[in-house]
Every structure is written in C-alpha cells, then in structure tokens.
Ligand binder design. Structure first.
Ligand SMILES: [Fe+2]
Length: 387
C-alpha cells in the first residue's frame, strides 16, 4: 500500500476517533444536566468514565481545601484511616498540589505512586493517567484512570480525552453546586419571610405551612409531576407574605373590620406579588399568588378574573387557604370542624371555588391526604396548635 494512502487512512481513523470523542463529551454534558443533586452527578461522571474507558478502573477524589487533602468519592475506595490523601502525597496528591495533569505510562517506575494509598480495588495497576477537575482556576477534584497488567500504557491522546471529560464535568459540577447553594439561600430567605408573617399575626402561626401541605396533596391528586407538586407547595407557602405590609392592628383586631380595613387586608395578594416578583425561581407561580383570592364566579379580588382565567394554582390555594382559615381559631371566632368547613366548600363549589378542584380537594381529604389540625389533634390530643 502506498505510504500516502496509509497516512490518509490513519488520519481518517484519528478523525473518526476525534468525532466520537466530541460526541461523547457533548452527550455527557447533556446527561449531567439531568442531575439534580451532586451524588447523582458524581455517579454519572464515574459511569461516563467506565463507559469511555471500559478496560480501566477510575478513581475520583474531591478536594478538601481547608485540610489541603483530597478524599475519595467512591465507597469502595474509602481510605482505612478515615483521612484523605494529603496534597503532594501519591500521584493523586501530586496532581492536586501541582494542578496539572500527569501521565504515568509505567507505574512501577514512578516513585510518587503510593500503592498502599491509591490502588483501586480489583486491579493490579500498571499504568495511570491523572487529571485535575477544574472550574476556572479553582480545583474541584482529581480523577484518575488505572490500567492493569497487559494494558497498553496510557498515551497523550488518552490523557487529552480524560482532560476533555474532566473539563465538561467540572463546568457541570460548578453549575450544579452554585445552583444548589443559591437554592439553599433562597429557602432561608423565604423561611425568614414566613416567620416574619407569623410573628405579626400570631393567630396565623402554621397557616402557610399547612396550606403548603394541602396544596402539595391536591397537586398530587391532580396528577402533577414532582416539579408541579413542588411549585404548588411553594406557592401555598408564600401566598400570604403580603400580610407583612398590612398593619398588625388590623390583622389582630378582635372586633369586626370596617370597610376600609377590609380593603386594606384585600391588598395583601398584590403585596405578595410585589415582594416576591424580584426573587428568582418564584416567577413560575407568581401570578398564582396574586390571584389566590379570585372567585371562580369573578366576585373575588384583586383583579376580578374568573373561571379558567384564574391560574390553576390560585384555584388550588384558594380552596386550601379557605379550608385552613375556617378550621383555625381567629381573634373573633373559634375554629370550625373539618366537617363544617368541607360543607362550606361544597356550598361555595362553582361560585367561590373551582368545581373540579373542589372535588379533587374533597377526594384528597377523604383519602386522608389532607392532614388538618383536627386530624392531627385526633392522633395527638396533647398537641393544641400544629405548626
Ligand atoms: Fe390570602
């Protein structure tokens, strides 16, 4: 075969390999996007490594900057002493300390390798490649591939493959971690808002949490998926944050409210909307919060919309909110029984409340999915107020 043809074939084979590698990296990027927690992401990464390098054993370490060490993610590779590998220790530690990749075609000739510390189970390692997992200039972890006796030593091409996989994984890791951290701070802010509402309106303590639970139960009965159920629960939790802007003396007044005081209270859905509109991740159910006091007949507030024009979650909150309000003590009256409250829902079915959602709520109650204060008191009679 002429030399040129041979070169051409080799080039085509290399290009094919390159295309395959790029396709694999892109696909992995997509599969990482489906992960909603770090363990899931880490497992997907290990699965990717074993898929791309089926004849190798991967190891994956997370960086512990405070202790200048790395510790293994995989259970089967947990270190006996319960400590990590120090930076500079072994080939993993060398990569962590130097923040650069390391190709070790022959492990037996490398003094840095600590077989007692870094040998993965089920292999007698002969060759290795180790790469830092980075985001920007920050090292997040260290990944290595080990090949056993008889395997062709790792080469520069495989090193580059691992660098590429570690690169796309590092981005996904950073993004998911940032997202989870922002979610945590958001949850704290929202919890603070709910506590502030409770503090202004002691008769209402636990109302938002109970409405949230009822909304989740109704959303489940409506057949919504996990995301929809979560949104319904969050909308139920936050629907009354606007009460923060309603004067406390009106909220806690023991006598009948005057017309102007009623108008003041009726501003709270708009206030909730205004308070929450700048908070990320709340947009999906913001209008549901604004309209949770609309009536199916159009007699509600603040915008007097009716029927299907009212967002579904508003119709859900409307029923859950009314049920909890009726079954809770108020400064001017005692709580009604569950039976009385359910009868009232039926009486107002089709006028105040969406008939379909009312039926779903009644069914959920019948099935024991609505854990009302009365239900809880029956289980635990010493529990006078349920939060
Ligand atoms: Fe409300």
């Amino acid at each position: 075969m002429p030399e040129n043809d041979e070169n051409l074939r080799a080039m085509v084979a290399k290009l094919k390999g390159e295309v395959e590698r790029l396709r694999s990296v892109i696909e992995k990027g997509w599969s990482y996007q489906a992960c909603d927690n770090l363990n899931q992401l880490f497992d997907a990464f290990i699965k990717t490594l074993t898929g791309v390098f089926p004849d190798c054993k991967p190891t994956f370490f997370l960086v512990d900057k405070a202790n200048r060490s790395i510790y293994p993610y995989q259970d089967e590779f947990a270190l006996a002493e319960g400590r990590g590998i120090l930076w500079g220790e072994g080939i993993h530690g060398w990569v962590a300390a130097n923040v650069e990749p390391l190709l070790v075609p022959d492990l037996s000739g490398d003094e840095r390798f600590r077989s007692d510390l870094e040998t993965p189970e089920g292999i007698d390692p002969a060759t290795a490649v180790v790469v830092p997992i980075m985001y920007d200039r920050d090292i997040l972890g260290v990944v290595a591939l080990f090949g056993g006796e008889g395997r062709v030593p790792f080469d520069a091409y495989e090193l580059e493959q691992l660098i590429n996989l570690a690169y796309s994984f590092g981005i996904s890791w950073h993004n998911l971690d940032s997202y989870l951290r922002s979610q945590q701070s958001l949850q704290k802010i929202l919890k603070g808002l709910i506590n502030a509402v409770d503090a202004r309106y002691p008769y209402n303590v636990g109302h938002s949490q109970r409405v949230s639970g009822y909304c989740r139960a109704v959303a489940q009965r409506l057949g919504l998926g996990a995301e929809g159920r979560e949104q319904a629960a969050m909308a139920g939790l936050l629907h009354d944050v606007g009460m923060l802007l309603v004067p406390a003396e009106i909220l806690n007044k023991k006598d009948k409210l005057t017309v102007s005081e009623i108008r003041e209270v009726q501003k709270h859905p708009r206030y909730s909307f205004e308070i929450l509109k700048r908070i990320p991740d709340v947009e999906a159910f913001l209008s549901a919060i604004r309209h949770h006091h609309e009536w199916f007949s159009g007699e509600g507030y603040p915008d007097k919309i009716k029927g299907d024009k009212i967002p579904l979650f508003s119709r859900v909150i409307g029923i859950c909110d009314a049920f909890d309000a009726m079954t809770s003590d108020r400064p001017f009256r005692s709580a009604r029984t569950d039976k009385e409250a359910l009868d009232e829902l039926v009486r107002m079915r089709g006028r105040q409340f969406d008939p379909w959602v009312t039926d779903v709520f009644l069914k959920a109650y019948e099935d024991g999915k609505i854990i009302s204060q009365e239900v809880l008191k029956a289980v635990d009679p010493y529990r006078s107020k349920v939060i």
